[in-house]
Design a protein around this ligand. Sequence first.
Ligand SMILES: *Cc1c(COP(=O)(O)O)cnc(C)c1O
Ligand code: SF4
Length: 419
Amino acid sequence: MDENHPNGSWKGLPIPFSSKEWNDWQWQMRNRVTQVSAIKKYLGLTVKDVSAMTEVEKRFRTVITPYYLSLANPKDPNDPILRQSLPDQRELDMADFGDADPLSEEDDMPVPGLTHRYEDRALMVVTNACAMFCRHCTRKRIWNGNDANVCDTNIDAMIEYVRRTPQIRDVILSGGDPFTLATSRLESILKRLRAIKHVEVIRIGTRTPVTVPMRIDEELCSMLDRYGPIWVNTQFNHPQEITEESAGAIDRLLRHGVCVNNQSVLLRGINDDPETIKTLCRQLVRIKVRPYYLFQCDQVEGVEHFRTRISRGIEIMESLRGHTTGFSIPTFVVDGPEGTGKIPVMPNYLISQSEQMSVLRNYEGMIVGYRESGERVLPMIHRTSTGVAGILAGRVSSIVPEGSRRLSRRSARAACSGR
Ligand SMILES: *Cc1c(COP(=O)(O)O)cnc(C)c1O
Ligand code: SF4
């Protein structure tokens, strides 16, 4: 164990390091693991695993920060950190299920790198580099070759497009990860966007708070502070990713006026169960991150083994709404094929309707009639409708599930006050 490591849990790196180095994001970037063979001695992988992974990484690169690796528990065969970062044989085996560009982002690019899909917002890819490459990435297609910032000519063309397109009021910097850019380079982009009158909001999509939180340093934060309002969208997928370091990074952003939202991806075997997502969402609001989206995993090549059915997302949403803090509940969205964009899907709460009445159900399963405005629903004695039809007919007002804790609190109160 290296006592220099802030968590004291890291088993050791091939090179000695101090905590000063560890906390330096440039050091983290320079010392990223880019070959699975380089980590086998730290994670105790069998040789068989490594040779399979080496085949995979020829097609889909391995890039992991020492910090992110240090969050892993190598003894857990389903460790969420390792599953998100280590290559998997199934990426090749099932590659032909998915598409390189499942969201047809390239088809909505008026200039290279800028996707103008929704009327009032545009997404700019400013680099192909990320601190870590997530195995489930939607843009695996841009990983090829080396880390490369988008060239000045293309950045200029994207900014020019935003300038001459007045309906764009929200610009999203994405990639890759914009926070892998030098602060000065990022500043030059932000400065030019901020100078455009119709750009009201600038968003930055970054996973650095999760993968290399030391990147969120004072220099970056005070720069961001000068170009607000800025919203950061990050991607925590599992409670194990919430650490003192990541909480610190979020805190620094918030203290510099940057709002932070989270976009999780629903990943088979990693977070695709109600308890994990509920814990994640609760812990996110504790560190003042607003859960924004829960994404259905896209149909990307090399990602098939992570995909769940849509029904799993619905089941998770059912377990959240009403059961926990409303603002800790993300919207579950499917980013549809052929450029349809994000489509929200959720359990049905509207059970039935007539002109006079809507029949709704709540999280407990209680079904209630809701009278529409100006309508009088007179009970029709001669009707014998039962069930939901009985509510529509005004015979009963609601159907109450057995064992409601809320209703038993009511009867306890009534008993208490002697009613
Ligand atoms: C996700 C996305 C946006 C932003 O969508 P919001 O629902 O506003 O967060 C904009 N453009 C593209 C191409 C996107 O994929
Ligand atoms: S940080 Fe985002 S863009 Fe980069 S590899 Fe992960 S999912 Fe892809």
